[in-house]
Design a protein around this ligand. Structure first.
Ligand code: 3NM
Length: 227
């Protein structure tokens, strides 16, 4: 009873607080240039915006800070002009420099308490792979968590193991902050993810690797609306 009430007021605070309704959306787009069929990160972001994706994360492991900064600057303009939430992966300095809406970090990055001191009011997302990490993320003030990998993926190197769908189900029933399912999610298995409590779905290869991103997103959305 007490827990239920506490979570309800948490929901209210989250959903009506400043800029916190950012995850009330179905698809979370993430860049991945090596899977983008020769298109640049910028071109991919333009396509994602055309497709009506409302939250986009810049994720790029190979380029220099300078290149990443320049791409993020361009993406900040595109996302701002279209009202899309922009999250930068890993690089707190770049997120601050381009005035991104948020930063996404992993378990091996600087602790979230420290990131919070630097980023102030920015959205902070944290990747989690098990129940302990999810509980800790809530305690430390993450605004949302990544939950995965749901399925096998080769997109992220050295990804931690997770109980996948079972872990997602637990999060959907126990965690009071927004969460994003990630890892190996495809059009072909997304309904299974939804059935296990998935509400917002992050996909890299399935979206950036599609020749027609607008059509791909339409098709995924049609499918999600069937259950
Ligand atoms: N994080 P794809 S899995 C970036 O489990 C990332 O935290 C994961 O790529 C996690 O959609 C992953 O191509 C890769 O499988 C997602």
């Amino acid at each position: 009873m007490y827990e239920g009430l506490r979570y309800k007021s948490y929901d209210l605070e989250k959903n009506f607080g400043l800029n916190k309704a950012f995850l009330n959306t179905d698809i979370y787009g993430i860049t991945g240039e090596e899977f983008s069929l020769g298109r640049t990160n910028i071109q991919i972001v333009e396509e994602m915006i055309k497709a009506g994706i409302k939250i986009i994360q810049y994720r790029e492991k190979e380029k220099s800070k300078f290149e990443k900064y320049n791409e993020c600057k361009a993406i900040r303009k595109l996302t701002k002009d279209s009202g899309v939430t922009f999250i930068v992966n890993d690089d707190v300095d770049i997120a601050l420099a381009v005035k991104a809406d948020g930063i996404h970090i992993g378990q091996e990055d600087i602790p979230i308490e420290e990131v919070k001191k630097i980023t102030g009011n920015m959205i902070i997302g944290l990747s989690t792979h098990n129940i302990e990490q999810a509980k800790a993320a809530v305690e430390k003030g993450a605004d949302y968590i990544g939950v995965g990998p749901i399925f096998n993926t080769t997109t992220k190197k050295n990804v931690e193991k997770s109980e996948g769908l079972k872990y997602l189900k637990w999060v959907s029933e126990n965690i009071p902050i927004p969460y994003v399912a990630i890892g190996g999610i495809k059009e072909s298995n997304i309904l299974e993810v939804k059935r296990h409590g998935g509400k917002c779905f992050a996909m890299i290869s399935e979206i950036v690797g599609s020749p027609n991103i607008v059509e791909k997103v339409k098709s995924i959305r049609r499918l999600l609306n069937t259950i």
